[in-house]
Design a protein around this ligand. Sequence first.
Ligand SMILES: [Zn+2]
Length: 207
Amino acid sequence: MGFISLSEAADRLGISLLSLRDLIDRTDRKETILDPDPTADFWSSSTAVIPERDLRTYEHMLARRRFVRFRDRYADVLVDEVELSCRPGWKSLLERVAERLRWMPPAWNVRLRKAREKSGYLILGIEYDSDREDARNEIARLREEVRLSSLSVCEECGRHGRFRYSPSRSLTLCDRHARLSEPTLPGDGAIADPALDGGRLGKPTSD
Ligand SMILES: [Zn+2]
């Protein structure tokens, strides 16, 4: 079995070394990294290697994180350069949105322009004929419904999660992925919806 260095792996995957380390950490694969230097630290080691065959696994993970299949499957309700900047655990929410858009009247001309994580919840940017009040109401309802749903789904893996209140990175995560928003702030666990309970986190936006 062949081994390659982390930096070569990152090059071949077309991502930075830091991004690769981050991916390995998020997906709980640190134990698959081999390091001949037993004192080396995962985040700074220059001697770490991975089995070359693991590249395939990372390619699949990256495709999932870039929502490659989702973009393909729902191309009819997405703008060409749709921005999908959330983690893969929210794929089911994106699918729900796309299915809903598909069933809206063709005259509304609805397309998803953006889906982005903000302050721990999912916000949507949707293009449509905004002169129509019925369309405006329905889109507003969908946005709020999805925003609320996202506050109970782990953004990383899709399991049941809750809002984690953190100084650097408030996120909605399951217990297993809670570490991604550590350290948390006092108030963590009491705030279910930052838009309502945590005034200083800001109001929900629809941009
Ligand atoms: Zn999770």
